[in-house]
Write a protein that binds this ligand. Structure first.
Ligand code: URA
Length: 243
């Protein structure tokens, strides 16, 4: 477990981090402290099966998977073959976020397994990465009929699942694939053309916006821009490493 995950877990459990303090600071605080009786402290109720999450709470990974698999929060559950939770290393440094499952993903229960997925694998390969070493998820866990754009209420219903996945994986960097993923993760309506080429922030994690592999299949000349995006992602991590 890395440091960020450890802190997230501690925070979710309501535990404070230990901080070494000077003796003067401690005595000053104890003078100011009010006496509190244990029976005056009310503990928060534990709602293990609640789907809507508060920003600090972490749902155990297997519970999260079960919640996604049995989700009926929007109408997409009626047309899906199965949900598509995500795939890869739960402790990955790199997290890739796409839009929503397509037909093949809906049939196989895994993101990016169709032609766009093949191209994504190549993109990862050019970074020296493999599917198993990153974590790949989507904004939506169910396929929209005929691959139409996700609707706002569908995105809203699914958002806590992705939020939880990011907290668990605690990646060092996030790559968004396509307009829908970028705009919804970053809560913006800016075009992908304007969002690209900059380092954004999601919960203190750097985010690089890239074109969707399906778009690159239709417009191969844009692949050059993806290489620029990957370079920016690598540079961003290198800068973090250099402190
Ligand atoms: N496109 C996406 O955005 N996600 C997938 O999983 C497949 C295609």
């Amino acid at each position: 477990m890395n440091e960020r995950q450890r802190l997230n877990y501690l925070q979710a459990m309501g535990l404070q981090q230990w901080i070494v303090r000077q003796p003067e600071e401690l005595s000053r605080e104890s003078e100011q402290a009010l006496p509190v009786q244990m029976d005056e402290i009310s503990l928060p109720e534990c709602e293990v099966h609640e789907i809507t999450v508060t920003s600090d709470r972490i749902i155990p990974w297997d519970d999260l998977k079960n919640q996604v698999a049995s989700c009926t929060q929007c109408s997409l559950h009626q047309s899906r073959t199965q949900t598509v939770f995500g795939v890869g290393d739960r402790q990955a440094d790199w997290m890739l976020i796409g839009e929503a499952p397509g037909q093949q993903e809906d049939e196989q229960g895994e993101p990016f397994v169709g032609p766009a997925g093949m191209l994504l694998n190549e993109i990862l390969f050019s970074l020296g990465l493999q599917r198993q070493t990153v974590f790949i998820a989507n904004i939506l866990k169910c396929r929209p009929p005929n691959n139409r754009d996700p609707l706002p209420d569908e995105i809203q219903s699914c958002s806590s699942f992705l939020e939880q996945q990011v907290k668990h994986v605690a990646p060092r960097i996030i790559l968004t694939l396509g307009r829908i993923a970028a705009q919804n993760l970053l809560h913006t309506t800016e075009s992908i053309g304007r969002l690209r080429g900059r380092v954004h922030d999601y919960q203190s994690i750097p985010v690089i916006v890239m074109y969707h592999p399906a778009y690159l299949l239709r417009s191969p000349t844009e692949k050059r821009k993806v290489l620029q995006d990957l370079l920016l992602a690598k540079q961003t991590l290198d800068q973090i490493d250099a402190g």
